[in-house]
Write a protein that binds this ligand. Sequence first.
Ligand code: C2O
Ligand code: CU
Length: 477
Amino acid sequence: MPHRFMTMNRRQFLQLAGAGAGAMLLPRLAFGGKEQDGFTILEARPGKARLKGRWGPATDIWGYGGTVPGPELRVRQGEEVRVRLVNRLSQPTSIHWHGVRTPNAMDGVPGLTQKAVAPGESFDYVFTPPDAGTFWYHPHIQTYEQVARGLYGILIVEEKEAPAFDRDLTLVIDDWRLRRDGQIDAASFTNMGDWSHGGRYGNWPTVNGRYQPVLPLTPGERVRLRLVNCCNARILSLTLRGQSATIIALDGQPVAPLETGERPIYLAPAQRVDLALDASLPAGSEVSLVEAGQDLPVDLARFRYGEKPSATRAGRAPVSRLADNPLSDRLSLSDAYRIDIALEGGAMGGMRSARYRGKTMSIRELVDNGQVWALNGEVGIGDKPIFDVERGRTVVMTLHNQTAFPHPMHAHGHHFRVIAQNGKPVKGAPWRDTELIFPRDKVSLAFVADNPGKWAFHCHTLEHAQAGMITWFNVQA
Ligand code: C2O
Ligand code: CU
């Protein structure tokens, strides 16, 4: 694995060369953890987490390997991922590899791409991620509950040529809804108020499963920060107080380096942003990662500068653009398949009726079935796809948000880019797998449908998806 050494500084190298090797690699499973005939084992099972701090009560969670977040999986671009999911839960589960353009059979959507994995059973996921970048994995059944209980982890696909960073640090952001005794408020999982409004918001933020962790920074070092929003519903508005950083990738796909300055970074559920952070402040400085979305600003984590400067100075050169991924960017708009998709329902949305399980239902009947959202008048995953296209065809989906809430819309198996907003063309938008669509907006997303199979398309506010805002499309073989 010679590529690992390229991102290390001298101190890390010496550590690795010496006795600390095992300890250093431990937090990254790096496909060297618990194995079984070449497969990394991910057990979905109950566990305990110290979300309330070392002296608080331990919270009962569900996690991969019983931990939250689950193990950080790392492969190099071009290497195969081999994961055996073992279900030690009391309900069926699956793993979806969010943002990874996997073959359809590995996409992890029960009812569409595989059978749900029953308690006690297992499922083997094998695929080679085409794109380098920051991805994550989570169940795709009873998702609103399983993710809220802690079932998620990070998949990092390292670039073939390691970019110049002294350190690579993932920050997995979640908000939990905890009761006063520190346990997950499970009674409100199916709260219709949450489902018909903005989804389940938590009251307890964590980064990497810890409340307001203090993270050391070495003066002079250049760190790659990978921020992942694993919240069920919270749209994060993030700032690094007093510290500029440079955006280098969104949803795993490289973008032209962009300095954030004091501007907030919006991160909707499931979205990721990669930042290059030059630790350019004086020794002893402190920088907060602040979330100021809907509530009062809250510190998610703090960076504390140490006293000793970094031995290496990767931060002296300007941040360069990451190598592009093998994404098909040859959009053929002149003969594209075009479809308008109305986002409907929810509180104050004015939806009167919609089709659910082949039947037209009034809003009252729908509410009785726990359903309040629809896409083009259809609630949930039906027998028929919302569209069906030949492989290789360019697709333009124009989403019209007719609801009173923003929706982070996510397409499986593909990355898309915004090409128009409210009738105005948009040029050079980033490739994304999840795009936040604001109320009343009309946004056109384009992609090349080059991955055959049945792909889910849904809102990533997990309560909205559960309550109907999910459909699928078919790409012919
Ligand atoms: Cu991250 Cu269909 O999901
Ligand atoms: Cu939504």
